[in-house]
Design a protein around this ligand. Sequence first.
Ligand SMILES: Cc1ncc(COP(=O)(O)O)c(C=O)c1O
Length: 330
Amino acid sequence: MSSTPVDIKDVRAASKRIHSWVHRTPVLTCQSLNNLAGRQLYFKAENLQKTGSFKVRGACNAVFLEKESNPDSSGVVTDSSGNHAQAVAYAAKCVGLDCTVVLPRGAPKVKCDAIRGYDAEIVFCEPTPISRKETCIRVSEETGKTIIQSSDNYSVIAGQGTIALELLEEVPDLDAIIVPTSGGGMLAGIGVTVHSIHPKCQVYAVEPVGKDLQRCLEAKQRLWPNPPLYLNTVADALRLQAIGYLSFPIICEYASHRVFTVTDDQMIEGMKLSFERMKQVVEAASGAGVYAAVNLMNQVQPTAHKVGVVLCGGNVDLDNLPWLTPTITY
Ligand SMILES: Cc1ncc(COP(=O)(O)O)c(C=O)c1O
């Protein structure tokens, strides 16, 4: 019996629903990174995913369900720091729904261009979680469009779980999976899936400094301030400080309560390792996972032999690579 509202059946149903519209991304290995890490690393290359991030999995599942359940739908609206927005815009275009995305001012140009490329309309808001939510609700009320939350949505969580379904099909005996975490939808989906298929495998979040997830998991309480904050981090995809209300209980149950915390410099080092050693263009969120797998695993699970890492996205602005220009502060 499942004790959470998303279970493996939902993840498998999501996999069926979305499989023609998303890539089954490769699992990459790299001998020089294995040597550095002292263990075998398996990189799920969601940077090569449609729209450039794993977000398309959850977005397609949620948007396709909206279309199935409401054929006369006025469309969908979402608020996002970029990757989820791009993913919802893509998903809406796949099934012919109108789409509006609310983006914080300052979102990378590469992401804005991509969203417009899928024919979605962009409405800008102030770069605060409150402005983002309020603007999204206003658009929904004015247009009748259904809100598709970026991680606090059970259909999105089930869609993200398909990453682990595929990864475990290829490497069934993983000891751990490292998941870059913001709102927690990916961590929750992967947690549910791994718990059902291979419960011995530990699922770890990697977070930017200031998120303090481990303290919340240990207390089993969302200790973050309300209204929620954005973190000042080089990883624009990991700026939400708080895990969502729906994801948090799932994560408490299925993810390790030990969390990897990384600085901006460490994320950048992880990005560089990916560029140089694997020849993979990844964004800073992915760099967080690479850094943790290579450098921090010893502190947490030294005996882990096979470790999965989600290269969660590859949407970098090539004119704004973090080691070439000063880091943007918000
Ligand atoms: C590239 C990338 N990695 C990781 C995350 C974090 O995902 P979640 O919000 O499901 O924790 C995001 C979220 O936007 C993302 O775009």
